[in-house]
Design a protein around this ligand. Structure first.
Ligand SMILES: *[C@@H]1O[C@H](CO)[C@@H](O)[C@H](O)[C@H]1NC(C)=O
Ligand SMILES: *[C@@H]1O[C@H](CO)[C@@H](O)[C@H](O)[C@H]1NC(C)=O
Ligand SMILES: *[C@@H]1O[C@H](CO)[C@@H](O)[C@H](O)[C@H]1NC(C)=O
Ligand SMILES: *[C@@H]1O[C@H](CO)[C@@H](O)[C@H](O)[C@H]1NC(C)=O
Ligand SMILES: *[C@@H]1O[C@H](CO)[C@@H](O)[C@H](O)[C@H]1NC(C)=O
Ligand SMILES: *[C@@H]1O[C@H](CO)[C@@H](O)[C@H](O)[C@H]1NC(C)=O
Ligand SMILES: [Fe+2]
Length: 468
């Protein structure tokens, strides 16, 4: 099942295969050593940050799913000089005569001494599935046109390809990660973003201008395919000393998500269905203990997932539950204690997290037997458990983490400190292919990969007929 490839000559390949054979019981720590020069943020006058021409031209255009099923899209953008219009004009590719309009809303926010531009959010409802739409924002001279393709209708054998990006930031490495995602021959149709967007908070006074540059940098992709947002610690922006004591202020003003469609009470946790996937987004930095809003929502949410309709159950969060790097080691432990038993009970297929600036893939393991007195507190192999992927390797200004917990714990299947992105390619209800692509390689190279068998459908196959 496991495949390790990379830039290897045949001798290297043989050596790598031997390594794989030798460490079958434990995991692999890749021997690939990348240049670990710290990458700086791209300068303000970089091409990727250019303001589009024209008076009050819409900038930072980005889209995300706008409902629970995939027939809605939220379009967001910023006009810098004046409010302009919050209307989106849109039409199906095969029907240019019928132009529709959707009316959005406008907001601005202040952060310390920064005042945002005019931020527009407009939800388009009731689109046709599997259809290419063009859309236009702005008024007068300065309209800008983009397009997106809606997903196929929800169903068990609908093939669909997700990209995975985390902890992106806005360095030259960030730009490489995005370019590698764009040029990957396996075309991602939607990005699952696992948190830590702009890293504006690494600047003095959390300079929110770096939120704007990040919006302009990512527009080239996020205006054309939805990015499904997860909040990370760099979205908290909690600085009471500056008078900023409302957590997640810039993030929640700039990045709207369809949380009400999944009966959530907060944009920080929600769910969507898309093609054959059911995606649950959680917040590592909001209360998740018993009786909290997030806990109660998740408790009701998991039993709702109909695996006949959406076989692939995916969870996104920022802080990983299993991580064997030294940095952020055990930070996900308290959420693991609360939720891991549910993830196993409901046979979650895969959990993606960021936070740790490196890549790691786990075995299928769980650690839920412990009850304080029985001493059973080590992860064990568990075929009902998810695979955990850490993909916080987008390339932000804080650099890579290279220091690892030694020896490699048995739950860790593969780990490597390089920048890159992932692809989760769903083929049908039973099979999906995950691959990880590092930035140093050619666009088609899979540095780590794995076939996943759907947990729900696999367990049905394995049950004796009488009990189905
Ligand atoms: C456009 O395509 C959609 C979906 O394929 C179809 O339902 C609709 O009838 C088409 N409209 C026109 C005008 O061809
Ligand atoms: C905000 O305050 C900082 C610190 O005093 C200052 O350097 C910066 O120029 C100010 N920015 C604006 C827009 O006033
Ligand atoms: C619109 O564009 C024309 C031609 O480029 C220019 O002459 C005019 O000043 C523009 N109007 C505004 C309001 O920007
Ligand atoms: C970012 O990447 C794009 C696409 O590869 C390239 O055109 C652009 O010049 C890069 N910009 C910087 C500042 O590296
Ligand atoms: C689950 O989805 C299938 C396929 O859409 C449907 O036939 C079935 O009734 C659903 N089950 C429940 C409990 O809603
Ligand atoms: C599902 O996809 C896998 C991988 O492409 C393939 O081997 C398998 O035959 C497919 N199953 C069905 C029922 O089509
Ligand atoms: Fe983080």
């Amino acid at each position: 099942m496991r495949k390790v490839t990379g830039r290897l000559n045949s001798a290297g390949l043989v050596r790598m295969l031997l390594v794989v054979l030798e460490v079958c019981e434990g995991g692999i720590t890749s021997s690939y050593v990348r240049n670990d020069d710290l990458s700086l943020d791209m300068p303000l006058d970089s091409d990727v940050f250019q303001v589009p021409p024209g008076y009050n031209a819409p900038q930072q255009v980005h889209i995300t799913q706008g409902d629970h099923e995939g027939r809605g899209v939220i379009v967001s953008w910023v006009t810098p000089e004046e409010p302009g219009s919050s209307t989106v004009l849109y039409w199906a590719e095969n029907n240019t005569n019928l132009k529709n309009q959707a009316q959005g809303t406008l907001l601005t926010y202040h952060y310390f001494n920064y005042t945002s531009g005019y931020i527009h959010h407009c939800t388009i409802h009731n689109l046709e599935f599997d259809t290419k739409y063009y859309y236009e924002v702005g008024i007068g001279n300065t309209t800008r046109q983009f397009w997106f393709t809606t997903p196929p209708g929800v169903g068990p054998d609908v093939a669909y390809t997700f990209g995975l990006i985390g902890d992106l930031g806005q360095t030259h490495d960030s730009n490489r990660t995005l370019t590698h995602y764009e040029l990957n021959p396996t075309k991602g149709q939607t990005v699952l973003f696992v948190g830590d967007l702009s890293y504006a908070d690494d600047y003095p006074f959390h300079d929110n201008n770096r939120w704007d540059t990040w919006g302009r940098f990512t527009e080239r992709n996020a205006a054309y395919q939805p990015w499904i947002w997860t909040a990370g610690n760099h979205e908290i922006d909690f600085v009471p000393e500056l008078g900023e004591s409302k957590p997640f202020k810039p993030y929640t003003n700039r990045y709207f998500v369809p949380y009400e469609a999944s009966h959530s009470t907060s944009p920080l946790w929600y769910s969507i269905k898309r093609a054959s996937a059911y995606i649950i987004v959680l917040s590592s930095y909001s209360a998740y203990g018993k009786y909290t809003p997030q806990y109660k929502w998740l408790e009701k949410e998991l039993p709702k997932v109909n695996r006949t309709e959406t076989p692939w159950l995916i969870v996104l969060m920022h802080s990983p539950l299993y991580n064997s790097y030294a940095h952020h080691y055990m930070e996900g432990e308290s959420m693991r204690v609360m939720y891991e038993q549910w993830f196993v009970k409901y046979k979650v297929d895969i959990i993606f997290a960021g936070h740790v600036h490196a890549y790691e893939r786990s075995e299928r393991i769980s650690n839920i037997a412990y009850n304080i007195v029985n001493g059973l507190c080590s992860p064990v192999s568990d075929q009902s458990a998810p695979v955990y992927i850490t993909i916080g390797d987008g390339g932000n200004l804080e650099g890579l983490v290279t220091e690892m917990t030694e020896p490699q714990p048995s739950y860790s299947a593969f780990r490597e400190a390089s920048f890159g992105h992932g692809i989760f390619d769903i083929k049908n209800r039973s099979h999906a292919f995950f691959s990880w692509h590092r930035n140093q390689d050619g666009y088609a190279v899979e540095a780590d990969s794995l076939w996943l068998k759907n947990r729900y459908w696999k367990s049905l196959e394995e049950q004796p007929l009488a009990t189905i």
